[in-house]
Every structure is written in structure tokens, then in C-alpha cells.
Design a protein around this ligand. Structure first.
Ligand code: ATP
Ligand code: MG
Length: 432
């Protein structure tokens, strides 16, 4: 039969076991930091009705215009989409289950998102986001909380990023600014690229976000939304800045920061780095007070952010945070037959004490067992040789220290019954 070569889909990555350590470090750190602020996990399906994103992300956004994986369910004709982001799905879920009825909610999620983009460094078609959503809080208190949560996450992951803040004000202020902006852009129609000309009517604010170098000077001189903010919006931004300053978090105000999604108001922010080439934004977020009502819920103020996991992991790796992770603490070798049965019993006993244990499987030659033990990066090998087991003994050998450095210690023979004393509930064996 002819062999067919099937490969993964372009822009969708496999995570190999060598990378599991750094992904788990990211996920565990994010989960713990979120929990330390009282955020609880929420999980929504990967598939949603297409209409959710058309409404919740906005028709005139890159995501809805050209990035969604949408299809018709051949069973019942429903229009479905692989989620490109999770905020609208979290809001849909909150409305459907009425979870903000009694109290506001602090929520986090982690999972894959799908966008049909041109794959490149830091930009994939399936990528992972970790995000938090604070539903039912008017801010700016909770906006400050979200910023301190993200700052703590970078600290705990050992990476650096800088914070850019802006305010999108209230709806009426954006409408007045939009008028002035459209007039200005029409005056500069010659400079606009095709994308910008199209957006002039649909989403002119997005033009400020352009990466086209030929448009930079024009965009730089455009009317600034900050200048259109009324007293309330300015006070809101002032309190946000005071709160962030009081926590010692550095930031810059970037008047051109608008974010890609339509539903933001007041606070918008991004954490950026110059270490990742042009995909330098590792986290984007802000306030989206209109969204829940737009999706058919009771008016509920809310704020949140989403972090691109692949980009953050690349930073953690660059900062030297990608240490190889041992597959187990203790590797148990044996010679087959009844020594294998003893080895399996020892494995269970050591797991009861909280150790991670691999009991050798496959060829029972000691040479290959010890090679596997070494490859596992285990700190200890327990060796169940025929003669030792018959005498009620096993050999133990230190392979690595707790930092993973190779050790060249002699092996020691010990009585089988002293094994559980030596490898007590602690990770480090106790010979006292
Ligand atoms: P960009 O301007 O880079 O396209 P965006 O505004 O589309 O970003 P958001 O929708 O705000 O991004 O998503 C939040 C974060 O998720 C981004 O800051 C980024 O870190 C990450 N992200 C977005 N799209 C991708 C992608 N295609 N591949 C990997 N990470 C992504
Ligand atoms: Mg994008």
C-alpha cells in the first residue's frame, strides 16, 4: 500500500514532551498567581455560534473580517466558529448561567484560540491564551488589580515587559473623536493605504493602530482621543494611574493604543517587549463595560486581559527559565522475572510516599536500564538485581543532585525493608 504522509496543519503546533516543563511552568504560575487574587477557573467550549463573535468581537475587526475558522455544521446547518478569543465566550456563559446575579465574578481561563493568520514567529493559527475577566466591577479598582496580577505573573516567571496604558473614554467621547478623526483622515486620503481607506467608514480608530511605515507620520499627528475625554473619563484615568503608581508599576501612556477589539471603553492596556521581533505584545486587555449588554445580558461593567502563552514562553526561555525537567525522581531497574514483580511493588511503595517513579519496561539488560535511568534525569536509581533480591536487598545509586547535576557515586546495597525509611515522604532520602 502506498504510504501517505500526513502532517500537522500549518500554523498549528505540536507541544513535544521536552517542552512540557516550560508550558507547565507557565500554566502553573499563571494559575497560582490568578488564584492568589481570588480568581477562579471558567471553561467554555472551543466551538461557539458564529454570531457570538460577529457581535461580541465586532464586524469591523481583523478577527471577524478575515481570521475566523467558521463552518456550517453539516448535521443541522448551524453556523459555528472555532473561538478566536475567549472574552465573548466567557460573557455568553455568564449571561446564560446568570453567574453575576448575586455577586461579581473574578474568573480565569486557559486554552487554545484559533485565527486564520499568516503564520510567523509569535503568530500562529492555533495559539494559547491565559486570560482573566472581572465581571460586575465598575473599576478602576479592579483594573488596577488586573495590572498588578499581570505584573506579578511576569515577576514570578522571571521576565520583563513594559506597560502601555490609554483610555478610550466613554461612548459619546469616542463618537466626537471619531468625527474629528474621520475628517482628518479624509483630508489625508492620499496617504491612506487600501486597508485604511476601507476602515475609514467601518472602524477608523483601528487606522491609528496601523503598522504601515508610510502612514506613521500622518497617524502621529491625528486628533488624539485623550484630548476628547470629559471630566469623568479623565478622573477615571487619573485614579487608575494613581493606583498603578502606588504599586510601583512603571508605565507609559500611549495615546495611540486602541486594541483590535471593538467593545473596549475607558482603560486599555498592553504589556510589550522588544525581544520578540514584531510580535512584541504579550498581553492585551482593558475595560469592556458595553459587551455583556450587547450580548443580551443585563448591563454589567467588566474588565479583563488575555496573554499570548507562546510569546511569554519564548521570553521565559530567553531568560534561561527552560531547565530540563526530570521524567521521574527515582528509576527502578530490574532483571525481569520475580525481580520485576519486586520492582513494581517498590514502585508503588515509593509513589505512596509521594515520589515520581518509573519502573523499567522493555529490555532487562542492566546496561540499557541504566541508560534509560540516566535519560530520565532521575536523581536515584533503585536496582533490583537477582542476587540482591534473593537476599532481601536492593542496590541504590545516586545519579543526580537536586539541581540535576550528574553524580558519580558508588552504589550501595541496602535491606529491602529499609527502603521506605530511606525514601520517606521527603524528596531527599534520609540515611540518618
Ligand atoms: P496582534 O496585534 O499581535 O494581532 P491582537 O490585538 O490580535 O494582537 P488580542 O486579540 O488582544 O491580540 O490577543 C491577546 C494576545 O494574544 C496578544 O497580545 C498576543 O500575545 C496573543 N495573540 C494574538 N494573536 C495571536 C496569534 N495568532 N498567535 C499567537 N499569539 C497571539
Ligand atoms: Mg491580531
Amino acid at each position: 500500500m502506498a504510504k501517505i504522509k500526513i502532517t500537522g496543519i500549518k500554523g498549528m503546533n505540536d507541544m513535544l514532551p521536552e517542552e512540557a516543563g516550560i508550558w507547565e511552568k507557565f500554566e502553573d504560575t499563571a494559575r497560582c498567581v490568578a488564584a492568589s487574587y481570588g480568581y477562579r477557573q471558567i471553561r467554555t467550549p472551543i466551538l461557539e455560534a458564529t454570531g457570538l463573535f460577529a457581535r461580541g468581537v465586532g464586524e469591523a475587526t481583523d478577527i471577524v473580517e478575515k481570521e475566523m475558522y467558521s463552518f456550517t455544521d453539516s448535521m443541522n446547518g448551524e453556523q459555528l466558529t472555532l473561538r478566536p478569543e475567549c472574552t465573548s465566550a466567557v460573557c455568553r456563559c455568564a449571561i446564560e448561567h446568570n453567574i453575576t446575579y448575586n455577586a461579581p465574578q473574578r474568573l480565569w481561563y486557559f486554552g487554545p484560540m484559533f485565527r486564520h493568520e499568516r503564520p510567523q514567529r509569535g503568530r500562529y493559527r492555533q495559539f494559547y491564551q491565559f486570560g482573566c475577566e472581572a465581571l460586575g466591577f465598575g473599576g478602576p479598582d479592579v483594573d488596577i488589580e488586573l495590572l498588578s496580577l499581570t505584573a506579578r505573573l511576569w515577576k514570578n516567571l522571571g521576565i520583563k515587559a513594559s506597560l502601555q496604558l490609554n483610555s478610550l473614554g466613554a461612548t459619546e467621547e469616542r463618537a466626537r473623536h471619531r468625527e474629528a478623526l474621520v475628517a482628518y483622515l479624509k483630508d489625508n486620503y492620499d496617504v491612506l493605504d487600501e486597508d485604511a481607506r476601507r476602515r475609514l467608514e467601518t472602524n477608523p480608530l483601528r487606522i491609528l493602530d496601523t503598522k504601515n511605515p508610510d502612514m506613521q507620520a500622518m497617524v502621529e499627528a491625528a486628533p488624539r482621543l485623550l484630548d476628547f475625554l470629559g471630566e469623568d473619563s479623565r478622573r477615571f484615568l487619573g485614579s487608575l494611574e494613581a493606583g498603578v503608581q502606588a504599586l510601583g508599576i512603571d508605565y507609559t501612556i500611549n495615546p495611540r493604543l486602541v486594541r483590535g477589539l471593538d467593545y473596549y471603553n475607558h482603560t486599555v492596556f498592553e504589556w510589550v517587549t522588544d525581544q520578540l521581533g514584531s510580535q512584541g505584545t504579550i498581553c492585551g486587555g482593558g475595560r469592556y463595560d458595553p459587551l455583556i449588554e450587547m450580548l443580551g445580558g443585563r448591563a454589567t461593567p467588566a474588565a479583563g486581559f488575555a496573554i499570548g502563552a507562546e510569546r511569554v514562553i519564548e521570553l521565559v526561555r530567553a531568560a534561561g527559565g527552560d531547565k530540563p525537567v526530570a521524567a521521574c525522581d527515582i528509576y527502578v531497574a530490574h532483571q525481569g522475572g520475580h525481580t520485576e514483580l519486586v520492582a513494581r511493588q517498590i514502585g508503588e511503595q515509593l509513589r505512596d510516599a509521594g515520589h515520581r517513579v518509573i519502573v523499567h519496561a522493555g529490555s532487562t539488560s542492566f546496561k540499557s536500564s541504566m541508560k534509560r535511568a540516566d535519560q530520565s534525569l532521575a536523581q536515584w536509581a533503585v536496582i533490583c538485581g537477582e542476587n540482591e533480591v534473593n537476599a532481601g536487598q536492593v542496590a541504590i545509586k545516586r545519579l543526580r543532585d537536586a539541581q540535576g547535576n550528574q553524580q558519580f557515586a558508588e552504589q550501595m546495597t541496602i535491606a529491602l525493608e529499609s527502603l521506605s525509611e530511606i525514601f520517606g515522604a521527603a524528596k531527599e532520602p534520609d540515611f540518618s
